[in-house]
Design a protein around this ligand. Sequence first.
Ligand code: MGD
Ligand code: MGD
Ligand code: MO
Length: 695
Amino acid sequence: MFSIDGYQVYRHVCPRNCFCSCGLLSYVRHGRLEKVAGDPRHGFNQGRLCAKGYAYVQRVYSPERVVFPLRQVPRGSGNWERISWDEALDIIARKILEIKGRYNSLLPVALYAHYGNIGLLHQAVEGFFDALGYISKINGNLCWSAGLEANLLDMGTNCQPDPETMAAARTIVVWGANPAWTALHQMHIIEAARRQGALIVVIDPVLTSTAARADVHIRIKPGGDGALALGVAKYLIEQDWCDQEFIANRVAGWDEFLTYLQQEIDYEKVCRLAGVTREQIGLLAELLSQRRPAVIWKGMGLQRYSNGGQNVRAINALAAITGNLGQYGGGLYYASLQNWDLFNYHARNWSPPANMQGIPAPGGGFTHRFLNINRTGRELLAAADPPVRFLWLARSNPFSQGTDLALMEKAIKDMEMVVLVDQFLTPTAAIADIFLPCTTQFEEWDIVISYWHSWVAINQPAIDPVGESRSDLRIAWALSHRLNDLSPGCCRFPAGGEEEEWVAAEFNPRVYKLLGIRDYRELLAGPRKLQILPPPWQNGPFPTPSGKYELYSAQAGDLGLPALPEFKPPLSPPPAYPYRLLTPHMQASNNSQFYNLSWLAVGSQEPVLRLHPEVAARVGLKDGGKVRVYNSQGEIILPARITATVPPDIVVCYQGGMGKAVNRLLGNVSTDMGSWATGAPAPAFFDTFVNIVPL
Ligand SMILES: Nc1nc2c(c(=O)[nH]1)N[C@H]1C(S)=C(S)[C@@H](COP(=O)(O)OP(=O)(O)OC[C@H]3O[C@@H](n4cnc5c(=O)[nH]c(N)nc54)[C@H](O)[C@@H]3O)O[C@H]1N2
Ligand SMILES: Nc1nc2c(c(=O)[nH]1)N[C@H]1C(S)=C(S)[C@@H](COP(=O)(O)OP(=O)(O)OC[C@H]3O[C@@H](n4cnc5c(=O)[nH]c(N)nc54)[C@H](O)[C@@H]3O)O[C@H]1N2
Ligand SMILES: [Mo]
């Protein structure tokens, strides 16, 4: 904390699920947060913020923010009444214990925790339930599983070069990402590279803000990326543009890959499947091999398909065979989990009391019952002996963000108690009995580790909790306290403590060394960067079974996947639903968050259906006219926005709009990969088809 112009200024870090994990400064006067700015000492955001960051002030004091525990009677009625924390915790603890006694098991208790806050101390939610016993856990995630698994198969790890070194690239291929909206501060680095002569290629079916800033926009057919990548690989080989030394020393499966390309890939097929031209194939091959170092950034949009993992593997192959892997200024980007692995996870790592039983674990002992997040509804319904009777939701808003919603609603009808910890009455709140209000990052201690860059920043509370809100950690302590009062020894999670000590407990000597500090409190003077050198894959073996980059992966074969990055087409539209519906991430929101803030009124909160002028003419729609969007899952009504930025066979509705869950239209098609890396595949969100009629 320091003082300036009559303000007390505190350091924070944005805990949203976002590439940037920005350093923040809060300006506080008379105990009130008055403004938020970027932390100039944070090397990634360098004092800048996105609009959402500045709008935090409005979010903290929003009249819609819930700051007292509430009970809804009956569920779904909107009839919420204020209750005390003591009452709320007592009701919940008694219910958990009663269920445990009735079933002689905690498996009827389920946890759905996602990425609404990625701070390490928020993992106390998982820690608390692990300390209680073996429960039913919604497993996997809605986000990046297919891409993570593809990278693991090819390279054995999910790490990437320092994104600041992208500034030294001569070619940057942004493949299925929209950083102008979703990774704002990386855009500054891309622009810096461009000023020094880098060429920027964007591969996206939509003319996005990122594509509009590029030198080349390749308007790929959705899910056709693998075909394009394999066409480029074939061209590279024909031109003798591959890095033969890298291939000879560092790559496994080259011969099998060559045979596959020769036998299965021809340019005509590639052009048809990917919707590209031969010139575009040639240009991409030339840039990646002749204009190095070249970066390929695989976005998460690209892998939200039933063939998403395979497509990521085909793209990875291009970076390997052109020798861009491990080259300073080049390489592959997706996510950097090497930094996540460094910390202690003190808040998360707790184990149940002795003698607890659960699902028999393969190696002996017991484990949780895991339910696939992409099929939450049907897996909750199918869970029997014992059934699921209690659900705790934290950091998650499945009725806006998830899939399989009609069945999830049905499954919840049979539950005896649903508890939601959040800040707002989200669409998910409708199915909750008890709402527990949580604090924001201005009201709690925390530490956030980026999955993109290597800056580490701390979060120091600047204001008292608003109303009676409590952090996820404090809620876990208090519930453990109440449970242990009622049934001594039933939960091993601590019943109280100091948040700051829990921050300290996440650090270890290795992290301190990499940060160049001796104590976490030094972070209060400014964020630090983990010094992880050299860039990944420059030297040494890949942590794969062969020690090489695996074009041919026997592990993939063992998982029932093709061993090579073969192209498998995505789903095609059935006759009744001729339009593919894309629902990517929005500029002015973070998933379902921020939609309710008027400060972000950039004309984007209200979801609209974007469609091509030809489609509008075909169905007889005017700009702004209401359109019914439907399929066998359900329907929603949206205003139409007519725009040639989307192709004629695709309609686009950016995800996450409060109250108008476009996800009602999503079925439960899965990505091809994800179970091995994260426990479950992710939803293939973009393999969704609809029809539209004007109203
Ligand atoms: N159609 C479609 N759907 C998608 C996607 C898509 O591309 N298209 N993308 C998917 C992806 S990539 C993701 S990551 C998911 C995101 O899905 P979620 O992680 O569920 O979404 P969020 O809206 O980020 O956060 C959920 C809730 O966490 C709450 N929250 C914030 N801070 C805290 C806290 O400190 N404690 C607690 N307990 N709660 C807090 C927020 O208020 C919010 O209501 O959505 C997925 N859904
Ligand atoms: N402002 C903002 N920032 C965010 C988020 C947010 O909601 N809002 N969410 C955060 C989270 S949780 C995530 S996972 C990331 C996601 O951020 P991104 O990685 O950018 O992913 P998406 O927004 O899902 O999709 C990116 C692009 O992929 C394109 N696309 C769709 N299908 C295909 C295809 O078949 N091939 C190709 N090549 N492109 C395709 C879409 O048109 C879209 O422009 O952003 C994070 N940052
Ligand atoms: Mo995500």
